[in-house]
Design a protein around this ligand. Structure first.
Ligand SMILES: *Cc1c(COP(=O)(O)O)cnc(C)c1O
Length: 389
């Protein structure tokens, strides 16, 4: 059981706002904020390199904490400044050629799809869309059928940004493995709210961010790359940390996933994100997952009982992201009204996932994303505001 009172006491933001924007950027717990402050204070008082030296143990713990969280090895983890660049460092390094095929899904995140478009123009590969099943998630049987000799990559999003859908990542992993196709998972919205295990999922590459359900600082992210496939990716950028200049005309890439890292980085953020992972693991990922699902389900139920409100979430099993619209009111106006009342939600616009919005003919939706520190009182309060809106 999660001790909600203790958790909320360690989340000062809870006293000020009703925070349903955890898919945007969550509220940091006190130990995370303390870690950030500790490193920044050291940078101010003794110097940046010296502060880094003091933080050595915490910096090393970044890799072991993430390895523990994801069931990976520490040398399969890289710190990267956000999820988009983490994903890019892998994707832009793949050897994709004219005629190759990349499989993705309608729910794919905009930044990833933009990268598919950009790289397919440059390299000449084709983009295939796996159809959805009756729940709106990836149709795993169709995925199995559409893989051909030219299929080089399956790249999908675990929990899309624009709704409650949870794609069947592990089932897709089995298909990828069966065909020997590289499998890349955008886990930006799932790590921190779902118990994500890279071995169980069977992905080769996984990316995520710090600020969302992990409750870490902004401007932080991470990348997992399975050891066995490291050499299939040529990092799109190298520097004197990710590679060693061994002779005038030669270099060697660093071992493990650290070849994808920048040398210069936000040390306080790295330590803060490590602390966020440590915190989440103490609370327990299975407990977090269960509570988030329960809170989101009761929020969906309360919202769907309100006249004029339509909940748009797809999926068989649903995430903590709740999206809806209300007849006759622009979603942006709802979000502004909420903000005036100290309630944080965001708006999911078509540009976040154009294929999905177009297929479902959706307007911009209000996105209310719950986390385990939220309460039933808060979902009730929010539903009442919506009733009156
Ligand atoms: C937010 C998000 C991203 C981008 O994360 P950044 O840390 O902002 O780069 C990628 N994919 C999905 C599904 C997201 O929701």
């Amino acid at each position: 059981m999660i001790d909600i009172e203790k958790i909320r006491a360690e989340t000062p933001g809870c006293q000020r706002v009703l925070h349903f924007n955890n898919a945007g950027s969550s509220l940091m717990p006190t130990p995370v904020f303390d870690a950030l402050q500790r490193v920044l204070r050291d940078e101010n008082e003794v110097g940046g390199y010296e502060a880094e030296r003091r933080a050595q143990d915490d910096i090393q713990a970044f890799y072991t904490e993430f390895a523990g969280l994801l069931n990976a090895n520490p040398d399969e983890i890289a710190y990267i400044e956000n999820a988009t660049r983490a994903w890019d460092m892998a994707f832009y390094g793949l050897d994709l050629r004219p005629g190759d095929r990349v499989i993705t899904h309608e729910s794919e995140y905009a930044s990833n799809y933009l990268a598919f478009l950009q790289q397919s123009r440059r390299l000449g590969f084709e983009i295939d869309l796996v159809p959805s099943d009756e729940f709106g998630q990836i149709d795993v049987a169709a995925l199995d059928n559409m893989i051909g000799p030219k299929t080089k990559l399956i790249a999908i999003t675990h929990v899309p940004t624009q709704g409650g859908l949870i794609n069947p990542a592990a089932e897709a992993g089995k298909v990828a493995k069966k065909h020997g196709v590289l499998y890349m998972l955008d886990a930006c919205q799932s790590v921190g709210q779902i118990d994500v295990d890279v071995v169980e999922i069977g992905c080769d590459i996984l990316s995520g961010t710090g600020r969302k359900f992990l409750r870490g600082p902004r401007g932080t992210g991470f990348l997992y790359v399975r050891k066995e496939i490291l050499d299939q990716i040529d990092p799109p950028f190298v520097d004197l940390h990710s590679a060693t200049w061994t002779e005038a005309n030669g270099y060697e890439l660093a071992d493990g996933a650290r070849r994808f890292q920048n040398w210069e980085s936000y040390i306080a953020g790295r330590v803060g994100l490590m602390e966020a992972v440590r915190y989440a693991r103490k609370v327990g990922l299975a407990q977090i997952e269960a509570r988030v699902a329960q809170l989101a389900a009761s929020l969906r139920e309360a919202l769907s009982e309100i006249a004029g409100v339509e909940v748009h979430d797809l999926g068989c099993k649903k995430s903590g992201i709740v999206t809806f619209t209300k007849d006759g009111i622009d979603s942006r106006v709802i979000a502004e009204t909420c903000r005036d009342l100290g309630i944080n939600v965001s708006v999911a616009p078509i540009t976040a996932a154009r294929l999905d919005f177009e297929a479902r003919k959706l307007p911009a939706m209000v996105r209310a994303s719950v986390h385990y520190f939220n309460t039933d009182d808060e979902t009730d309060r929010f539903a009442n505001v919506l009733k009156q809106a």
